[in-house]
Design a protein around this ligand. Structure first.
Ligand code: AMP
Ligand code: GLY
Length: 420
């Protein structure tokens, strides 16, 4: 079958890498892709936010299956457009993608099914929000309602920080996304991510992972899109995972179907775990990046069978084969990230690295210029390895990192520390 993947990050490189190994995959196109993806798939220039353009491209290229990587095209209705054109699609409709695109929507969904999450209040103007913060005190969490590229959440440790965040959001820093603000109770605990496929009716868990959001070792420094991850996440025990499926995921999926907006795609369930109990932090309508890299490395070629079963409504009875293994990914980012950073710096040493079912350097922000690989983004490489133990996977990933010659990049040296 001919497959189109939308996106250009490390997540999409990992999806392409797994899909490509499956004999069902004939032609693989990734739009827009990146320099790493170009080594295993065709890359196409295409406006992935334009549903009509994507549907037309699918027609012209006899695409049988579309996999949507990032949240922005989902929220913009690209999956609606391709499904309406009769193309099998992995990824939720815009209506169902509201579980990520609106924090207030998800809080209200949790209320409707009594799913455990932080207490909250919603505001559309600054004065009542400020009064609420003064009344509740700190720590407290301030969230822009809409998509803000991961920057719309402020975990305020002081009241002053919380009030500043409100000024920013109602002052228009996040545009429309900040027109409504959700203020949440601060939850303590350990965070973990749970990935669950939903075909609208049935759900299938396909893995757990833990991200590292802060830029520097020891969870210091500013928040980022994610500096490394590993899978599985031991904090998400089987008992907690089952409880999350029973009390959070299944009821929310059923409620979305009942409302006439069934959810088809992956649900990224962000959890806070404390004393053996999990509460929902957030839903995302896509795979995590870099969590996806660890999941794809563990699932391999079967990932395509799972995504197809999900898109075709066949999750009931679809098996997942778990290897008893671990995967770990270290993100290499451009110096300065998540602040401003230089583009176009040269990366050497990639050619000599092994590429196998156990080791891959996934590209997140790269291009090829004059035969050289150059950095084009903040997060640039996701160096990923698999091992019989997490320590093995970690050692192998850092061996690969050390073989990469990129003086203008940095990475954390402690990915996996919580589980090790
Ligand atoms: P979100 O975009 O909702 O995942 O928020 C980004 C990050 O903020 C999360 O990964 C958590 O680390 C933190 N966070 C969000 N909500 C809360 C909360 N209610 N309590 C504590 N931390 C939170
Ligand atoms: N790594 C976190 C995310 O993809 O949102």
């Amino acid at each position: 079958m001919n497959i189109l993947i939308l996106g250009s990050g490390g997540r999409e490189h990992a999806l392409a890498w797994a899909v490509k190994q499956n004999p069902k995959c004939d032609r693989l196109i990734v739009a827009p892709g990146n320099a790493g993806i170009a080594q295993i798939a065709e890359c196409a220039a295409l406006d992935i936010m334009d549903g009509a353009a994507v549907a037309e491209f699918c027609g012209e290229n006899s695409i049988d299956f579309v996999i949507v990587g990032p949240e922005a095209p989902l929220a913009a209705g690209v999956a609606d457009a391709t499904r309406a054109a009769g193309i099998l699609t992995f990824g939720p409709s815009a209506a169902a993608a509201r579980i990520e695109a609106s924090k207030a929507f998800t809080k209200e969904l949790c209320d409707a099914v009594n799913a455990p999450t932080a207490g909250y209040a919603r505001f559309t103007s600054a004065d009542p929000a400020r009064a609420y913060v003064r009344d509740q005190g700190a720590p407290i969490v301030i969230k822009a309602d809409g998509l803000a590229a991961g920057k719309g959440v402020v975990v305020a440790m002081t009241e002053a920080e919380a009030l500043d965040a409100l000024d920013d959001m109602f002052g228009g820093t996040f545009g429309e996304a900040g027109a409504e603000v959700v203020i949440e109770e601060f939850m303590e605990g350990e965070e973990a991510s749970f990935f669950v496929l939903s075909d609208g009716t049935d759900i299938l868990p396909i893995g757990t992972a833990q991200d590292h959001k802060r830029a520097f070792d020891g969870d210091a420094g500013p928040n980022t899109g994610g500096m490394g991850a590993y899978s599985p996440a031991p904090v998400l025990t089987d008992a907690i995972a089952q409880d999350v499926l029973d009390r959070i995921v299944a009821p929310c999926v059923a409620e979305l179907a009942r409302r006439g907006t069934p959810y088809q795609g992956v649900i990224f369930v962000g959890l806070m775990i404390k004393d053996g109990a999990a509460r929902l932090v957030e839903f995302n309508a896509r795979f995590g990046d870099p969590e996806c890299q660890t999941l794809m490395m563990r699932l391999g070629a079967q990932a395509l069978d799972l995504l197809l079963a999900c898109a075709e409504g066949r999750l009931a009875g679809t098996p997942v084969t778990w290897a008893d293994d671990h995967a770990l990914t270290v993100v290499m980012a451009a110096d300065g990230y998540p602040g401003s950073y230089a583009k176009g710096t040269v990366i050497r040493g990639l050619d000599g690295l092994p590429e196998s079912s156990r080791q891959m350097v996934f590209h997140a922000g790269t291009a090829t210029r004059d035969g050289q690989t150059v950095a084009t983004g903040g997060r640039v490489l996701a160096v990923t390895a698999r091992g019989a133990t997490l320590a093995d996977a970690q050692a192998e990933a850092y061996r690969m990192v050390d073989a990469i010659d990129w003086p203008d990049g940095f990475c954390r040296r402690d990915i996996g520390w919580r589980a090790l």
